[in-house]
Design a protein around this ligand. Structure first.
Ligand SMILES: NC(=O)C1=CN([C@@H]2O[C@H](COP(=O)(O)OP(=O)(O)OC[C@H]3O[C@@H](n4cnc5c(N)ncnc54)[C@H](OP(=O)(O)O)[C@@H]3O)[C@@H](O)[C@H]2O)C=CC1
Ligand SMILES: O=C(O)CCC(=O)C(=O)O
Ligand SMILES: [Mg+2]
Length: 424
């Protein structure tokens, strides 16, 4: 396919055959720099990913990077107000794998999230965010080593679908008139109808089942002890409550789970190892205190879009903050995957070469593992562990280390990337 503004490097496409990713030695992979601190971080991260691949495979393998555009840079490159160019989506459709920096979303009015749009347009239904502690990373909790979880956040539905009507708009008036006529009892529950904005929260059985199935399969593949369905189903019965029920049902139907002590918790033996996997559920507010008090009891988490967003940042804080929290948006059925940090654009640090590039680097590490390039991924983990152990860190860890009375060397964003390369 010919692109208007995307230059294709020499290389080949990643494809899927019989449900398995086929990765050539020079795969073309798209990257979106991102807004705010995105360019600082990408400048530090890309050399680290390239160095890991070069060292692991001695030049036999190489990533052929293709810059693709979204956010503020898309406006510059395409010369018109275009936040998510059609050809960016077409490129990812065709080349399957991409990595991106954070993109700005204004609060209140203005454009809707481009990050969310990418996930929805490409149907990247699972937002996978592993949360693990690296030895030496400063943390606000006493036992960060007990935190070892992987969040599977539903990525295409929920209140994030973006179905909202602003107060006083013709849409909200029409909606409320219809609602009042058809559902007078429910309408009467709207406390101030004249001054309300309205949002719609769709949660489907299909959307839930594919997400929960991916989480259960992850527990099987990685021999993990439990999957917890996190929801607010006591209050939102037919969306979040249904998420729980459909989740339990898929564990029974697809994995042969049976009730534990009369239910609702379930268990099934891991077909690969025989070890039991417990499927349990928890109401989201309780879960947020449980992960602080008893983190060792949680492993894989399957949850809805908004809960997953909150839980991601809360758990990241327990292992050092969103500067080191990676993620991936994946469609396990088609193989499409866009890797990205959990954090946003952190605009006050933009252009200062100051922030922690670890989230994007570790998102790249997830990407390499997804591609089957595990030797390169392992090198990144090794270098990250070693560099942090040497106390060579960016500002976010530095200030926490000093507060803990530890000595540390303050590095810029780019210097931290270089330190990783030295330590590979
Ligand atoms: N996927 C995406 O692209 C996402 C985009 N966003 C967007 O980003 C914009 C800003 O959002 P905001 O709520 O401020 O959240 P951010 O995640 O951008 O930043 C919040 C705070 O987190 C810390 N932080 C963020 N990134 C890093 C890093 N790389 N290294 C170290 N610390 C970091 C900083 O803390 P401190 O001040 O303590 O130093 C920062 O002020 C919004 O437009 C939002 O919509 C938000 C989340 C995800
Ligand atoms: O799209 C955004 O601006 C925010 C998204 C977000 O917070 C997330 O995906 O964790
Ligand atoms: Mg978030």
């Amino acid at each position: 396919m010919a692109y208007k503004r995307i230059s294709l490097p020499a290389g080949e496409r990643i494809t899927v055959q019989d449900g398995k990713l086929q990765v050539p030695d020079q795969p073309i992979i798209g990257f979106i720099e991102g807004d705010g601190t995105g360019p600082d971080i990408w400048r530090a991260a890309q050399p680290v990913l390239d160095a890991a691949v070069a060292k692991a495979y001695g030049g036999r393998r190489r990533i052929a990077w293709a810059e693709i555009y979204a956010g503020e840079k898309a406006n510059q490159v395409y010369g018109e107000p275009v936040w998510l160019p059609e050809e960016t989506l077409e490129f990812i459709q065709e080349y399957l794998v991409a990595i991106k920096g954070p993109l700005t979303t204004p609060v209140g009015g203005g454009i809707r999230s481009i990050n969310v749009a990418l996930r929805q347009e490409l149907d990247l239904y699972a937002c996978v965010r592993p949360v693990q502690w690296f030895e030496g990373v400063p943390s606000p909790v006493r036992h960060p080593e007990l935190v070892n979880m992987v969040i599977f956040r539903e990525n295409t539905e929920d209140i994030y679908a973006g179905i909202e009507f602003p107060k006083d708009s013709p849409e909200v008036r029409k909606f409320l008139e219809w609602f009042k006529a058809e559902f007078p009892k429910s309408y009467s529950k709207i406390r101030f109808p004249e001054t309300s904005g309205i949002g719609v929260k769709p949660v489907s059985q299909e959307g839930t089942e594919r997400l929960v199935e991916a989480a259960l399969q992850y527990a099987v593949d990685n021999d993990l002890p439990s999957v917890t369905l996190v929801h607010k189903g006591n209050i939102m019965k037919f969306t979040e409550g249904a998420f729980r029920d459909w989740g339990y049902a898929v564990a029974k139907r697809k994995f042969g789970a049976v009730d534990l002590d009369g239910g609702p918790w379930q268990t099934f033996p891991n077909p690969r190892t025989g070890r039991p996997i417990v499927v349990k559920d928890m109401i989201a507010d309780n879960f947020l205190q449980q992960i602080l008090l008893r983190p060792a009891e949680y492993s894989v988490i399957a949850t809805l879009n908004l809960n997953g967003d909150y839980i991601s940042d809360a758990l990241a804080a327990q292992v050092g903050g969103i500067g080191i929290a990676p993620g991936a948006n994946i469609n396990y059925q088609t193989g499409h995957a866009v890797f990205e940090a959990t954090h946003g654009t952190a605009p006050k640090y933009a252009g200062k070469d100051q922030v922690n590039p670890s989230s994007v680097i570790l998102s790249g590490e997830m990407m390499l593992r997804y591609m089957g390039w595990v030797e390169a991924a392992d090198l990144i983990i090794h270098a990250m562990t070693k560099t942090i152990a040497q106390g060579r860190v960016t500002y976010d860890f530095h200030r926490l280390m000093l507060a803990e009375g530890r000595s540390a060397t303050l590095l810029k964003c780019s210097e931290f990337g270089q330190a990783l390369i030295e330590n590979m």
